[in-house]
Design a protein around this ligand. Structure first.
Ligand code: NAD
Length: 270
């Protein structure tokens, strides 16, 4: 398969520069870091970015107007509205306003619906990254028992859908799951997307399990850690992704892949 950089060159040859518009509202420090990292990666790959930094007080209407302008701009391939939005903004209305053909995050209900029927326009970046990490570890989900911990719309539910599509037998655990350690013990693949530091204990895991740790948690010391107790887990598992590293950088790589896919569609390459 052609690398993302190679695909950018092919777009350029047809007069198309893959372009990502990033909309950041307010001054959430974590969002600032994510947006900066995405901008750096885009620049390395020859993807243009257009930053739209809006003040915290921006209204839903003003944000919808920005999205409408970006939807109408033929040179913008992808639109990324960095979440979370400030509490007073109607997040659903904003996500719904993004043109599904430019929704490189894959969060629009039309795109999530198409994921369920098996013909996605864009696969959400973090779930896509989880599947690529499994593939790179040589783990084929077909016929395996997979446990997804977390049922969010941006990670848990779509990754469970992708695992089903890859023929795994999938369980989704969440805050009301009664005996999580027993669920974890049965799983050959564990995807942890809870948002609680070192919540999944190494002793819960089956010998040889494959663990994808999506969690990004900041400890009081300032250090980042995942949802899985890495040190005790690594004694038992076949493979585990680290935090930081692992899913985070893979998510950004998948975002770039989605922007280039949108540009390839504009350039009529695909
Ligand atoms: P979320 O808060 O929307 O969802 C958390 C889920 O965990 C919920 O569905 C909830 O039911 C479940 N949960 C809570 N307590 C539980 C318990 N005791 N037992 C079992 N399940 C429980 O979070 P999210 O947006 O899905 O993110 C999850 C984590 O992944 C966070 O740490 C977030 O920072 C991280 N994340 C990382 C990336 C990345 O690029 N690596 C991307 C998105 C999210």
């Amino acid at each position: 398969m052609e690398s993302v950089g190679g695909r950018v060159t092919l777009c350029n040859a047809r007069g198309v520069t893959p372009t990502l518009a990033v909309v950041l509202v307010g001054e959430d420090p974590a969002s600032e870091v994510y947006v900066r990292n995405k901008g750096k990666k885009a620049a390395q790959l020859g993807i243009a970015t257009r930053d739209h930094r809006l003040p915290d007080a921006t209204t839903t209407e003003a944000l919808l107007a920005v999205v409408a302008t970006l939807n109408a701009d033929p040179e913008v391939d992808g639109i990324l509205v960095q979440l979370p939005l400030p509490g007073h903004v109607d997040e659903q209305a904003v996500l719904l306003a993004v043109d599904p053909a430019k929704d490189v995050d894959g969060f629009h209900p039309a795109n999530l619906g198409r994921l369920v029927i098996g013909s996605p326009v864009f696969i959400p970046c973090t779930p896509q990254g989880c599947m690529l990490l499994l593939e790179s570890a040589g783990v084929d989900p077909a016929g395996k028992r997979a446990l997804v911990i977390g049922r969010s719309t941006i990670v848990g539910k779509p990754v469970a859908q992708l695992l089903v599509a890859a023929h795994a037998t999938v369980t989704i655990a969440h805050s009301r799951t009664v005996d999580l350690p027993a669920e974890v013990a049965r799983a050959e693949i564990v995807i942890a997307a809870v948002g609680r530091p070192r919540f999944v204990q190494g002793e819960w895991l089956a010998q040889g399990a494959t663990v994808i740790d999506v969690g990004i948690n900041r400890l009081p010391t300032g250090k980042l850690c995942g949802d899985v107790a890495f040190d005790s887990a690594r004694e038992r598992v076949g493979a585990i992704t680290p935090v930081p590293g692992g899913v985070g950088p893979m998510t950004i790589a998948c975002l770039m892949g989605n922007v280039v896919l949108a540009a390839e569609r504009r350039a009529k390459i695909v």
